[in-house]
Each structure stands twice: as structure tokens, then as C-alpha cells.
Design a protein around this ligand. Structure first.
Ligand SMILES: C[S@@+](CC[C@H](N)C(=O)[O-])C[C@H]1O[C@@H](n2cnc3c(N)ncnc32)[C@H](O)[C@@H]1O
Length: 217
């Protein structure tokens, strides 16, 4: 149970897929974990529960940062919660596990919903995701892992390609079919025009990607 300030992303199916992925990974005892794009901090709390030695959460939204700090206090978990853009607040540090549920919903100006940083991933949904794929491998310790979730229509091949291109061993480890929520229903015509989803499509497949940095280069 977490509290949530208005405008902060409500934990949902993509969040719960990553909670399960953290459990299955598993988180090595004492691991240094980074939850980037942390929202309420629910994934950071899950990592602490799974035996992490230290957990850092990063979000660009002030409200999300305050919410995650409140949730850490509520659950009496010593999270370090930082505000900033992706991995910038932890530049120079390395982590054994990075978990990320980035904003990935594609948005166009003629869409009938206003964009929110909580879910908007730019014109094709990959604005934050591509930057994450480029930056995360450099912040992982040897043998460290990245767990990231996004819908299949965002381009699973592209995510795998970017991570493999950075020397990571990457694969899809979990997936599920999810009915569109209100935002995806409102955006469906725009996404269909862009060729990202099919006409009449009302569900999306969410995928969890596991990428491991080799122990030796
Ligand atoms: C889809 S929500 C995920 C929240 C939470 N991790 C969860 O799974 O419930 C994405 C989060 O990314 C944050 N965000 C968006 N752009 C960001 C950026 N450039 N750097 C850090 N956080 C960002 C948003 O504020 C939002 O809290």
C-alpha cells in the first residue's frame, strides 16, 4: 500500500510486472539498486523488500519525489530519493540492479488528452526509453542487470538492439496482455494513424526486458 499525490503515476499492471521481475531476477543480497522514473517509489520499496543493501529512487517530478519520500517514511525503509533527469543525479555511481518503468505512451498535439510527464513518451513513446537504453548500461556494475517494461508497440526489437549494441545480454523475460486504460483509449486513433497499433486494437502487450552487463567486457 502506497500513498500518491495528485498527478503522480498510479502503480498498475506495468508496475506489478516489474515487482514480479525483481522477485524472479532475483535481487542479490546487499545489492545496490536504482529505481529510475520512480513515481510513488513502489518499485524501490519492492527492491528493499527483496533484500537490496541500498536503494536509490530518481524521478524528474517534484511531486513524485515527495511522494516516494513519504512512502519510504511510511514503510520505514531507508530510500535515497533524488530529483532529476534519468541517471544524471547518480552520475559516476554504479548499481547492481536498475529497474525502470519509463513514460512510454506516444502522444500527438491533436490528441484529446493533455500530456503528462507521468506517462508521455513523446511522438513514438521512445523519448525517455531510448535515452535510458543508452545511459543505463554505463551505470551498471559488471554482472549488473537492467529490468525495463514497455508495451510491445513501442518496439521490442529496438530496445533489445540498443541494449545489445551497448554490450548487454538482453531478452524478453515476461509479457502480458492488458486492456487499454483511459489514456490509451483516448490516444488510440492517433497511435493507429501513426501505424503504432492496429485499427480497432483495444489491448496492448506489455513486455519486461532483462539486460545483463557481462562480468568481463
Ligand atoms: C510510468 S511512471 C512509473 C512510476 C513507477 N515507477 C511505477 O512503476 O509505478 C514514469 C515516471 O517517470 C518520471 N519521469 C518522466 N521523465 C523522466 C525523466 N526524464 N527522468 C526521471 N524521471 C522521469 C515521471 O515523473 C513518472 O513518475
Amino acid at each position: 500500500m502506497v500513498i500518491r499525490a495528485p498527478g503522480v503515476y498510479r502503480p498498475q499492471r506495468d508496475t506489478w510486472l516489474l515487482v514480479r521481475a525483481l522477485r524472479l531476477a532475483p535481487v542479490p543480497p546487499g545489492a545496490r539498486v536504482l529505481d529510475v522514473c520512480s513515481g510513488t517509489g513502489v518499485l524501490a520499496l519492492a527492491a528493499a523488500r527483496e533484500g537490496a543493501g541500498s536503494v536509490t529512487a530518481v524521478d524528474i517530478s517534484r511531486r513524485a519525489v515527495l511522494t516516494a519520500r513519504a512512502n519510504a517514511a511510511l514503510h520505514r525503509v531507508p530510500l535515497r530519493v533524488l530529483r532529476g533527469d534519468l541517471l544524471e543525479p547518480v552520475a559516476g555511481e554504479s548499481f547492481d540492479v536498475i529497474v525502470a518503468n519509463p513514460p512510454y505512451v506516444a502522444w500527438r498535439s491533436r490528441a484529446r488528452v493533455r500530456p503528462s510527464r507521468a506517462w508521455c513518451g513523446g511522438a513514438d513513446g521512445r523519448l525517455v526509453l531510448d535515452r535510458l537504453c543508452a545511459a543505463a548500461p554505463r551505470c551498471l556494475s559488471p554482472g549488473g542487470i537492467l529490468l525495463v517494461v514497455h508495451p510491445a508497440w513501442c518496439g521490442v526489437g529496438r530496445t533489445l538492439g540498443l541494449l545489445r549494441g551497448a554490450g548487454m545480454k538482453a531478452a524478453v523475460v515476461d509479457r502480458c496482455l492488458e486492456p487499454f486504460g483511459p489514456i490509451m483509449r483516448a490516444l488510440a486513433p492517433v497511435l493507429c494513424d501513426r501505424g503504432l497499433i492496429d485499427a480497432g486494437q483495444r489491448t496492448e502487450e506489455l513486455v519486461v526486458i532483462h539486460a545483463a552487463r557481462p562480468l568481463r567486457p
